[in-house]
Write a protein that binds this ligand. Sequence first.
Ligand code: CO
Length: 484
Amino acid sequence: MSTTTRPGTPAAAPADRARQRLRELAFTSAEEMPEGAELPVVGELPAWLRGQLLRNGPGRWDFGGTAVHHWFDGMSLLHSFEVDAGRVTYRNRFVESKAYTAFRDTGKLKYSEFASDPCRTRFQRIQSMFQPQVTDNPAINAFKFGEHYMALSETPMAYEFDPSTLETLGVLYENPDMFATAHPHESPEGHMLNLAGKFGPRSTQTFFSMDPATLEAKRIGGVRRQRPTYQHSFGMTDRWLILTEFPFSVNPVDILRTGRPFIENFKWQPEAGTRIVLIDRRTGERGGEWEAEPGFCFHHVNAWEEGDDVVLDLCRFDDPSIVENLALAQLRAGADYPEDGNAYLHRYRLRPGAPRAQETRLSDAPIELPRINYRRHNGRAYRYVYGVGSGADVPFDRLVKIDAMWGAVREWREPDALVGEPVFVATPGGAAEDDGVLLSLVLDGRAERSMLLVLDAADLSELARATISRAVPPGFHGNFVRAK
Ligand code: CO
């Protein structure tokens, strides 16, 4: 994977310089702010909004003179916004994983990350083939699971932290297989459902459930593949777990043989097409398999049953070039983002007996980091998806809401803003699906500061903003935990 910038960039115009500065702010390694600070609030927070927004994402990419290669490989920085009586207290703190402490203490990368590898001698490489030093840096998502607060990534384990201080408590559990997604679902019984991958001569991708009381993983069912595909999330309905296999796949032997970072061993093979597989959530039995056009996706949005049909929405890219577009050097240089590099809301209808899925693009507005009214609509028909949108060549410059039924689009945007995933929080007792607020960590490029932005989810009008004293990296995903 190339990390060079695109050639031939002419002298920067003011708009380009502002964009470049925004990128510098967003992708500069942060110093942690573990002491909570009350943030000045402009506007008014709803009185009912009480609890804690937890967010996670890469916050440090450099130690000493060493930098990782990819946005995704930065060290996990947890953010906490405690909201009560219209006031907001903010803190952030790095997760003290082994990867983080080794990087901090030695200035060297010791573990294999998603797209970055330590420099190794030939002997160390041979050694690492038998004992791969896979990262434990949990930099993608943060959840409350039962009574535990956890940070996780596509690593073999989840880390537990203290929600009041964000201090790292230790490894909470290890996955039944080596990799699992950072986008687990919650079953109606309150169990965590996730997808774990085991790569080897007989690679498998297996759904499992975990009881929050015992933290024991129980295998449900899955597939065995010679060339497993990259998995970041999955879909679920009441009955089905949905595995979407886009043709970005790997020969697992290459991960050991080539000595290249994990993701660089994956190959785009559009001729293989896409495969969508249903697994019964209760019995583990296979419920059918459909072919679809090649493409790529990080994030499923929602899925549900309509009679015997299954309907599945996700944010679909035409190909996996997004993975290269998010290389750190490219982001830091403010390289142009290709116009066709966006994801769009895409619907699949899976009909029993039909070999192919019916596919439709639901909107021409780009959308990524999608969120819905999860409590009420996950696994059921829904109408609204919220996410980050993109301009012609500027990624993540606006928040969007797409009506998946009628295609209408609403936007929130401001000059020189870089927006984060909008987390939907429903108004208690609210009747409409979109009765609630969106919480997003937004970098205000003009003020060179980050803020918690609070929007009305119905019309995306601004209710309030709480500004941090400096810019912080926007991160990936998070969740709101309501106060009891
Ligand atoms: Co994700």
